[in-house]
Write a new protein. Sequence first.
Lengths: 333, 347
Amino acid sequence: MRYSRMARTTVVFAAAVLAVSLAGCSDSGGKDSEDKPETGGGGKANTAEMTIAMVTHSGQGDTFWDIVKNGAETASAKDNVKLLYTNDDKADGQAQLVEQAINQKVDGIIVTLAKPDAMKAAVQKAVAAGIPVVSINSGSQFSKEFGALAHFGQEEGVAGEAVGEQLNKDGRKKAVCVIHEQGNVSLEERCAGVAKTFSGEVENLQVEGTDRPGVEAAVEAKLTASKDIDAVVTLNADIASASIKAKEAAGSGAEVATFDLNSDVVARMEKKEVAFAVDQQPYLQGYLAVDELWLYKQNLNIIGGGRPVLTGPAIVTAEQAPDLKKLTDNATR
Amino acid sequence: MSSTTTQPDDTTDERLLHRSLFSRLLGRPELGSVIGAVAVLVFFGLAADSFLRSMDTVLYAASTIGIMAVPVALLMIGGEFDLSAGVLVTASALVSSMFSYQMTANVWVGVAVSLLVTLAIGFFNGYVLIRTGLPSFIVTLGTFLMLQGANVGVTKAIDGTVTTKSIEDMEGFSSARAVFASTLSIGSWDLRVTILWWIVLVALATWILLRTRAGNWIFAVGGGGPAARAVGVPVFRTKIGLYLGVAVGAWISGQHLLFSFGVIQSGEGRGLELHYIAAAVIGGCLLTGGYGSAIGAAIGALIFGMTKQGIVYAQWDADWFWFFLGAMLLLATLLNAWVRKRAEAAK
């Protein structure tokens, strides 16, 4: 009796899914409006396959790290590299992943140093085991000290300073810097950088990045509480769109500027809803790190000659937006 | 002497005892939280000058928690947890967005498919819970982690990135936005439609709890499963129904998320399940089940929303935000518990 009822429920359910999917199509937008991707690609190196482990401090499903990973994957395909990507947003977890890579006897390790103290021992152990290490993203000042070959990244403070200067150019007087993850050193550094060069006043606002309606309400509250804020600086692209809605709801004339890009931000930049974005070219960080390890193995080359290689900050405005659109859709910018 | 004097009242059945409106009010589970809410309101009304003028934003913040806190409270009264509630909201939004986009369908088709999928996940939670007899904590923890992975994994597999493609230019988007994410301006206030959804859900849940047989069943299964079963309460159906209720809440919240932003970030929603549970508990639900109310949960969400927004309006040091939030919530709940204790002593 129960089973027959279950079976009936399943049939009804399946029929309902089918019915609604046949019910209506959209004449605008959607997959049908996409440009068909061009197939084909470059050649591939004929060097022996090497294995590279990439260990980042990314959380789950982060747009930014997705782009870094795409860069690393593209370079890996080109260089005949087997890429082992792992991530853990907790410091001890990330250090353990590096130790695992050492045990796997990989040919090279790419690591982020956002939590330098936790990573120090693991990185030094890898270097001692004769595995070349390349560091990416933040923490350039620790890279050489820990024994890494090269560093590809952006100095968070420098990027923040670039934002501050751009805000000066735009004639802004008071900015709020939206921190979406508590206790993240690089986010604090970005805001500190903004405060350093910006001639106006900067206030920080703490929000919870995983709750977008919550972010919107908090930014709206901030803009209502201090009416004189004329610039909102967000530290990642996903927070920017929530801030735009908040600004509209609060009836504020503040301009929104953001760190990092995604397709939504580029589209909004074209509509002038985002004044400018600071891109640190995450694709390059992944791509160059793999390339460096390959070059080092083949030819003992060191990109940057022992100094950190900066991939940003690059200021992006409405002018570049149309060209960037397709690239952000493919998660390479 | 005449013997017309009546007997003293002590022979009267205590169940028929007349109780004043005041003492009946004191016995309600939501009373303590109402007082807590008034205290928070007065506090921030004095501490932040723009707080009272901005009640529309405060209500919006409260409603996004409240839409989920109401079904979660019902589930908790029924004696179960749902840790997957936070990411279920994101999952629901992702299904809707990706289905519409990939099929180039009218967005309402995606909305309907999303409802079916979300209900199926809710059903899965309830079914596994009943069939295995495992605690709901572990069952829904499993669903939570699986969904968290699937949200990112499926989005990446289908869309190529971890954020969905914008469906803002697709057919049906504007009407769906009107239903799930519109704003109504009354005077200087911009009221979001989520507030309406929230009120409707509270009314519906209160009616179910207090006026229907299903409501009695919910209290009964929360009070004790075996005993409820022994007196003929359909425990299986009741618990499945409660999980389906959470799924409906997640569906509404998910569609709101989708139609207010047009794109969905697949990593969102983590940690929000605790906000929903917190709102229900602040509002007088017991963690052990069998006691609580939907109105209480709504007021719990209101306290949570007011505190979260109030701290920003009051312009307190941002570094201490979470400390203030925790302290205010603890104080509001302590006041709630104190009032309830006094009320019970006064009975």
